[in-house]
Ligand binder design. Structure first.
Ligand code: MN
Length: 252
């Protein structure tokens, strides 16, 4: 599985989609701008194991703020929102207030439409991200992507009910490993954040997440790889059962 991947930004998205389809890898294909949503969703039209998220990346907020109205246009067509969130790095300091505005808009919109599953960026902004999430926690499902906050912030995120998508690079470093070891096993999902990530100069693809993360988690959790794989699979099923469109179906 890959719960955070930028399918549209690979040099040959069609080829990646074809391989994902063949391998049956579940992919949450996140977008960085609302204007990219339609085409990116179209990439997945014949592939039931790819879901497309509607997003506006915090690093692009200062340039793409004007596309926010497209969020309102497309929110009906998906159960997933992402990539959204906040980036507190000095580089994006100037857009901080605008970032909060955009993120809050995405959360409110998700909430009034019955709830969404959101893939969330929180680099150097974990506390503020959680302040923003708090009022919307009842109806929505939050996945913190590549979480890199403090242990204390992690505890708060766990208490808030957040899920965590963890990738090969997070499992390589000491800090990431320590954080992952503190996440309840039933809240862990995998991701690659491809094509922006690579290991030994090899770009990561959605099907690399299981292959690279399962051995690491097996060591960290002290259980065998088959057990890790079945836990992750169960997590994926539970997470996907939270889709808003399923809830409507059940209610009918
Ligand atoms: Mn990303």
């Amino acid at each position: 599985m890959d719960f955070h991947c930028h399918l549209d930004l690979y040099s040959d998205p069609f080829e990646v989609v074809a391989t994902v389809k063949k391998k049956g890898t579940f992919v949450l294909s996140v977008t960085t701008t609302p204007s990219a949503y339609e085409q990116t969703a179209h990439l997945a039209k014949d592939c039931p194991n790819i879901e497309t998220g509607l997003g506006l990346h915090p690093e692009l907020v200062h340039q793409r703020f004007g596309e926010l109205s497209l969020f309102d246009k497309w929110i009906h067509s998906t159960d997933f929102v992402g990539e959204v969130g906040l980036d507190g790095s000095p580089r994006y300091k100037e857009s901080w207030d605008l970032q909060i505005k955009v993120f809050t808009h995405a959360l409110k919109l998700s909430d009034v439409h019955g709830g969404r599953i959101l893939s969330i960026h929180s680099r150097q902004a974990a506390t503020k991200v959680m302040d923003c999430l708090e009022p919307f926690k009842d109806r929505n499902t939050f996945i913190l992507h590549w979480f890199s906050g403090s242990v204390k912030e992690l505890s708060r995120a766990i208490e808030l009910g957040c899920w965590f998508s963890v990738g090969p690079l997070m499992l390589k470093g000491k800090k990431g490993k320590n954080l992952v070891s503190r996440i309840p096993k039933n809240r862990v999902l995998l991701e690659t954040d491809g094509p922006f990530t690579s290991i030994d100069k090899q770009s990561l693809y959605p099907w690399d997440a299981n292959r690279m993360c399962i051995p690491e988690l097996s060591e960290l959790w002290g259980v065998d790889s088959n057990k890790v794989a079945s836990t992750l699979d169960e997590n994926k099923q539970i997470l996907l059962s939270k889709r808003h469109s399923l809830k409507i179906k059940h209610a009918k």
